[in-house]
Design a protein around this ligand. Structure first.
Ligand code: UD1
Length: 369
């Protein structure tokens, strides 16, 4: 079986690592990197740390408005598919790279497999929601991380080719967590001590591109950083560029560092008292690692993290964020979350289940070449 995998953004490298390894045991994988993320700290470091094979094709699309960026990817991926004629195309998550891979495959009639299918925020104008809805609609195989995700698809009339396989990010996380050595040295490089700091990340367009929201987040992090405990903020380049452009100064108690590699990020998250984030991946990683989380959004695609008590939605309202951090920090310190189940996204082994599902698909629709 020959599979073309299309990826391009940081979380996709993490998700693809365990699946690529499982896939390549018996099949041929052609890896296409769209170049959506191109900074070494956003891309190369993940390939090196997670031993992801070098891409067979790199499209170098770089940053651009959504239409231009997606269009360039579509053209590049289509050329690869015409050249290699795979049995299936594999895409992950909800980025513009996901949508470009999905469109290219669907237009050529090549079976499309979507890993992390069925997630919904309910916010129709969110770029990721547009990418998810369209990709799921085009997919022959929707591989969902949870029963709720499969339920979302059923509500949209998508019932065929839907499977709940669990979350491949759990496979990646468990492997990284087992590999991390010298955790205290990793924390010491940032002047941190386990349990005595918070970690924050912000990159969603809804937060970064709205000065009122971004300023409220900065003020809230300053408030908790001075009154509770220091905040480490590994900063996405888009957030750094926007803050620099508006000459926003960082409050005391907030330490900004460059975006981190995966092992450092897992180590920093695992040692944190609370995570404050608008990232979907980090909400889940915090949940799995037993770190209380405050999410800087009004909704989440991962509602199980909230209903279990491990996550709270604070939006981008200064007081809500401060209250959220205090509340979650107190719950964490009191140990009140211990014993609360963290199994909403299945067990390890999702990567193998993904490969088995693709194998079954290729038996059902034999290669056209
Ligand atoms: C993208 C995804 C988002 C995902 C995130 C993970 C879309 C619509 N969004 O958001 O779902 O959660 O990746 O990080 O696909 N930039 C750099 N260097 C890079 C990449 C980006 O400096 O290597 C800067 C550029 O200024 C660029 C901006 O970040 O314009 C935004 O990058 P982009 O890839 O468009 O979206 P992300 O915010 O990274």
């Amino acid at each position: 079986m020959k599979v073309v995998t299309v990826l391009g953004a940081r979380p996709q490298f993490i998700k693809a690592a365990p699946v690529s390894r499982a896939l390549r045991q018996q099949h041929t994988e052609i890896l296409v990197h769209t170049g959506q993320h191109y900074d070494p700290l956003m891309s190369d470091v993940f390939f090196a740390e997670l031993a992801i094979p070098a891409p067979d094709d790199t499209l170098h699309v770089g940053s651009a408005p959504h239409g231009a960026q997606t269009g360039r990817m579509l053209e590049g991926v289509e050329a690869v598919l015409l050249r290699d004629r795979p049995d299936a195309v594999l895409v992950y998550g909800d980025t513009n790279s996901t949508l470009a891979g999905a469109l290219a495959a669907a237009k050529l009639g090549i079976p499309l497999v979507h890993v992390e299918a069925g997630l919904r925020s309910g916010v129709r104008d969110m770029p990721e929601e547009i990418n998810r809805v369209l990709t799921d609609r085009l997919s022959m195989l929707c591989l969902c991380p949870s029963a709720a995700a499969a339920g979302n698809l059923a509500a949209e009339g998508i019932r065929d080719g839907v499977m709940v396989v669990g979350d491949v990010m759990l496979d990646a996380l468990l492997e990284a967590a087992a590999r991390i050595e010298g955790e205290s040295q990793r924390l010491a490089q940032f002047g941190l001590e386990s349990g005595r700091y918070m970690v924050a990340t912000v990159h969603r367009a809804a937060n970064t591109d709205d000065p009122d929201r971004l300023d409220a987040i900065v003020r809230a992090l300053g408030a908790v950083g001075t009154r509770e405990c220091p905040v480490l903020w590994p900063m996405h380049p888009r957030t750094a560029a926007l803050l620099e452009h508006r000459a926003v100064s960082m409050p005391q108690g907030v330490r900004v560092v460059h975006a981190l590699g995966y092992l450092d990020m897992v180590a920093v998250l695992r040692g944190a008292a609370v995570a404050v984030t608008d990232s979907g991946g980090l909400q889940k990683e915090a949940y799995w690692l037993g770190v209380p989380c405050v999410t800087l959004r009004d909704e989440t695609e991962w509602p199980e993290t909230v209903t279990s008590g491990w996550n709270v939605l604070a939006g981008a309202v200064e007081q809500s964020i401060v209250d959220g951090v205090r509340g979650m920090s107190a719950l964490g310190k009191a140990g009140r979350l211990h014993g609360v189940a963290r199994d909403a996204y299945g067990t390890a082994g999702a990567a193998e289940r993904v490969v088995k599902a693709i194998e079954a698909l290729s038996i059902a629709s034999p290669s056209r070449t």
